[in-house]
Design a protein around this ligand. Structure first.
Ligand SMILES: Nc1ncnc2c1ncn2[C@@H]1O[C@H](COP(=O)(O)OP(=O)(O)OP(=O)(O)O)[C@@H](O)[C@H]1O
Ligand SMILES: [Mg+2]
Length: 251
């Protein structure tokens, strides 16, 4: 469904992506790993056509989106549900209005239908009780769950895109979000999870890409990841084995 064909992207003289090629099919669960600033969010923005590559092609569902107009890109974006890394909620709107925002924007539902739909989505992510709260009254975990509910509101997405969905959360809430993400993909809808938290990535994804210095240093399944000899990946894996040991010694 998503094809990157020799994609180059720079911010000025900062060459973020250098000749990146990969294909992700609609039902795959992919984690894109890499350190801060390696271009993970940039890849998601390119998929949505929020920025355009300097060279190469991006093909979504067989269509080259590289030169599409804003109107045409709207249709492309409807195929995805996205939870952005930052500022996922509008500060001045309460939880209900945050989730309802996309429904008002993209659907022709009545006020009653919107109310019903918002409650249903909040129930799915387990924060229905917070419907009247303002974003600054939510904990980090609740905030993330409302953001996921909001991302589900706009459409019936073919795929989910998550940018650092669990970053900044305590382990319990991170685990709740991981389970929620997996649950939403239960019926075979794929996802791309962008993260530097390998521990959460291995809970969710079945394929792993590792981004480093503008190229994909690694692309493989869990088995291949665990046995990778790439030194950067081993540093990440040490983190996982350390936390496994800590779990074991903790009970
Ligand atoms: N709007 C922008 N203008 C200029 N440079 C940018 C812009 N957005 C990102 N960059 C730069 O592009 C590079 C890649 O950024 P990107 O946000 O894709 O990284 P990331 O892998 O998502 O990092 P993080 O893990 O910190 O979220 C970084 O060097 C960043 O400073
Ligand atoms: Mg990022």
């Amino acid at each position: 469904m998503i094809v990157f064909d020799k994609v180059w992207f720079s911010y000025g003289i900062n060459h973020v992506l250098k000749d990146i090629s990969f294909t992700v099919s609609e039902n795959e669960r992919v984690a894109i790993l890499g350190e801060s600033g390696e271009g993970k969010t940039t890849i998601l923005k390119l998929i949505l056509g929020l920025i355009r590559p300097d060279a190469g092609k991006i093909i979504i569902d067989g269509e080259d989106i590289t030169n599409k107009t804003e109107d045409e890109l709207r249709e492309v974006r409807m195929k995805f549900s996205i939870v952005f890394q930052e500022g996922a909620l509008f500060d001045s709107l309460n939880v209900k209005e945050n989730v309802a925002f996309c429904l008002r924007e993209y659907s022709k539902l009545s006020e009653d239908e919107i109310d019903h739909k918002v409650r249903e989505l909040l129930r799915i992510v387990g924060v229905e009780h917070a419907i009247e709260l303002m974003p600054d009254e939510l904990s980090g975990g609740m905030h993330r769950r409302v953001a996921i509910a909001r991302s589900l509101a706009a459409c019936e997405p073919k795929m989910f895109l998550y940018d650092e969905a669990t970053t900044g959360l305590d382990p319990v809430n991170a685990d709740i979000i991981c389970k929620l993400i997996l649950d939403l993909s239960k019926n075979g809808r794929g996802l791309i999870l962008v993260t530097h938290k390998i521990f959460d990535a291995v809970k969710i994804a079945e394929r792993f890409m590792f981004l480093k210095d503008g190229i994909i240093l690694f692309d493989g399944d869990k088995e291949e990841l665990v046995h990778s000899t790439v030194s950067e990946i081993q540093i990440y894996l040490n983190e996982v084995s350390l936390s496994c040991k800590a779990n074991k010694s903790g009970g």
